[in-house]
Ligand binder design. Structure first.
Ligand code: C5P
Length: 232
């Protein structure tokens, strides 16, 4: 898989998501399905979107004991998603178990990427609540390295961290980056942002774009603009 734009389909129902995806008749976008839609609609929404020809990033961020994650990943591998994820904080043992669960009898599996630290966690929470007394950058890179050593394919990170992650973990280790805004667009609640063109320069492999596309007056045009800046 190469560079691509993933649309975060943060809609509450399958019907709304499918209506939205009908607006992209030509190039079928890579779609991110998160907890809200998955918990509301279940595995059938993944199968339906996949059957329509989209690639899928199933963003469920698993984090539990290794045996539970392994079994859950075995179920998810049957949904034929292209990327799934978990929390690196679950430890290398959990990540290795996840890979085992995800691998199908024929040896194929979806890509598995890790969340290092949530972007909603700041330095104060890191120190006072998680009791990690180190700079956030250092923690993110150490967790990324742990994920790589456990055999994972990449991490979710800010586009501002993509270059650093590649330098630490190698250019083949995937960086999937939310926090993307057009230069002339609304920032919303995202704080550490980059444009698609800047994310490309930083070396991000995939950008995850939600509201700049889903809330645009013309989502297909906004998607085309993202692709033009990031891929073409
Ligand atoms: O609408 P927006 O472009 O901000 O959407 C970004 C998407 O990426 C949302 O689905 C959000 O939950 C997700 N995400 C994020 N930051 C992270 C991890 C995931 O914005 N660190």
């Amino acid at each position: 898989m190469g560079k691509d734009v993933i649309i975060a389909c943060d809609f509450p129902t399958a019907a709304q998501t499918l209506t939205f995806l009908d607006r992209f008749p030509e190039r079928k976008p890579f779609v991110k399905i998160g907890m809200e839609l998955f918990y509301a609609e279940g595995p059938s929404v993944v199968r339906e979107i996949k059957a329509r020809g989209h690639k899928i990033f199933l963003d469920l961020k698993l984090h539990d004991i290794p045996n539970t994650v392994k079994k859950a990943m075995a179920v998810l591998s049957g949904l034929d998603a292209d990327i799934v994820n978990l929390h690196a904080a679950g430890t290398a043992e959990m990540m290795r178990a996840a890979l085992e669960g995800l691998t199908r009898p024929d040896g194929t599996r979806p890509l598995l990427i890790a969340v290092t630290q949530l972007t909603s966690t700041d330095q104060t929470a890191l120190e006072r609540e998680l009791l990690i007394d180190r700079p956030m950058d250092e923690v993110v890179l150490a967790y990324a390295e742990n994920a790589k050593n456990a055999g994972l394919d990449g991490v979710v990170c800010s586009p501002l961290e993509a270059g650093k992650v590649h330098r630490r973990c190698g250019s083949g280790f995937l960086t999937v980056t939310p926090g993307i805004r057009f230069a002339d667009g609304e920032k919303g609640d995202q704080k550490r942002i980059m444009t698609p063109a800047q994310a490309k320069l930083e070396g991000a492999d995939y950008i995850v774009v939600g509201r700049p596309i889903t809330a645009a007056a013309d989502p297909a045009a906004a998607y085309a603009r993202c692709c033009a800046e990031f891929i073409d």
